[in-house]
Design a protein around this ligand. Structure first.
Ligand SMILES: Cc1ncc(COP(=O)(O)O)c(C=O)c1O
Length: 375
């Protein structure tokens, strides 16, 4: 049997990794500034992470959500404390798309409405409602077509207001920072204005923090650079440092009913052990501060380069806009300098999404290589 060929591949086969280093099958060492697509939050193969999962596997690896799992409660408590959302409830699932799917469903249950506002250049995942909320017609199959989503221009409060004046919406869904679209930050005024409109018109505000959350922006969630308090926050990627886990943080105004949401694997013991290990390391190693410090340093250094058109980002979610498509430069970084970087739908934007533990020395290694390619 062949693999279904849907992924354009890097030409390397990683076999081992530690921190920000990855080794291929020939023993060649790479610097990972892509983090396996914003997933590696505390670094590859962190010893505490390995121990936590190993110990849990020796205790009990799986049972269904039909039993009480204190580890889920421990994860909810710790996530609440570290994120500042103690009063919210947590629903655990397996991925970012699934988190958004459940968030959209909850908003529809809660309001009894169907229509949702989403934004141009957005990405929310590939399951049915999540992909329908995504501004990319090339990944929407006929079965996903629905008129439940209204796409509005990003950062334009006036049009959101007009839309609310014309019809009822269940929710507005927006990324904390647009990721795949090319690293675009919603203006504080815009986000706060959208929150006000949602309250005024009885719609829920869903913040998709799947990529921008878990400390990547230097705050626990990127929207915490503003005064907004969303009704629902979704998270995944960095939450498990590679172990599949997603979460929906739900405000106290939204009531749970038995059976309204559910999943077989979501919140299993191993996923919770991985999720707890990530939070413990984030706290122990002060990774939010590191993300801010090294992220700011990287952006300052990138801004000094003449060949760079624009640098966008917060913390360690950085988009470097070049005057031309960045594909050839990314290939050179990988093949000549042995550095992984990310791309974006916007072909001129190179994305940096390293683990939150990246050091200044590793940032310098990248800057030294990048300088030779762009200036
Ligand atoms: C903002 C955002 N939302 C949702 C998703 C979907 O997450 P997953 O691939 O885990 O389903 C992604 C993935 O890149 C994302 O960046």
């Amino acid at each position: 049997m062949n693999l279904f060929d849907v992924y354009p591949l890097f030409d390397i086969e990683p076999v081992k990794a530690s921190g920000l280093k990855v080794w291929d099958k020939n023993g060649v060492e790479y610097l990972d500034l892509y983090g396996g697509h914003a997933v590696i939050s505390i670094g590859h193969s962190h010893p505490h992470y390995i121990n936590r999962i190993q110990e849990q596997l020796h205790q009990i690896g799986f049972y269904s959500n039909a039993v009480k799992m204190p580890l889920q409660e421990e994860l909810a408590e710790k996530l609440g404390r570290l994120s500042g959302y103690e009063s919210y409830s947590l629903f655990l699932c397996n991925s970012g798309a699934e988190a958004n799917e459940n968030a959209l469903k909850l908003a529809s249950f809660q309001t009894g409405r169907k229509r949702v506002i989403s934004f141009s250049n957005s990405f929310h995942g590939r399951t049915s409602a999540a992909v329908a909320a995504t501004d990319n017609p090339s990944i929407i199959a006929p079965i996903n077509e629905t008129n439940n989503f209204l796409f509005l221009p990003f950062n334009d409060l006036g049009v959101v207001k007009e839309a609310f004046q014309q019809e009822d919406f269940a929710a507005v869904i927006i990324e904390g920072i647009q990721g795949i679209g090319g690293v675009y930050i919603p203006d504080s005024d815009f986000l706060e204005g959208v929150e006000k409109l949602c309250k005024e018109y009885g719609a829920l505000l869903i913040l998709d923090e799947v990529q921008s959350g878990y400390g990547r922006s230097g705050k626990f969630f990127a929207h915490q650079y503003t005064n907004v308090k969303p009704d629902i926050i979704t998270t995944a990627k960095g939450m498990g440092n590679g172990y599949p886990i997603g979460g929906v943080l739900i405000s106290p105004e939204i009531n749970a009913k038995h059976g309204m949401l559910g999943t077989t694997f979501g919140g299993n013991y191993l996923a919770c052990a991985a999720g707890l290990a990530v939070l413990e390391v984030m706290e122990e190693e002060d990774l939010l501060n590191n993300a801010t410090t090294v992220g700011n340093y990287l952006m300052e250094e990138l801004n000094k380069l003449e060949g760079v058109k624009e640098v966008r980002g917060q913390g360690l979610m950085i988009g470097v806009e070049l005057p031309e498509p960045c594909g050839p430069i990314r290939s050179k970084l990988l093949n000549e300098f042995k550095i992984f970087t990310g791309s974006a739908n916007n072909k001129n934007t190179l994305r940096l999404l390293p683990a939150l533990s990246v050091t200044k020395a590793e940032a310098d290694q990248f800057i030294a290589a990048f300088k030779t390619l762009v200036s």
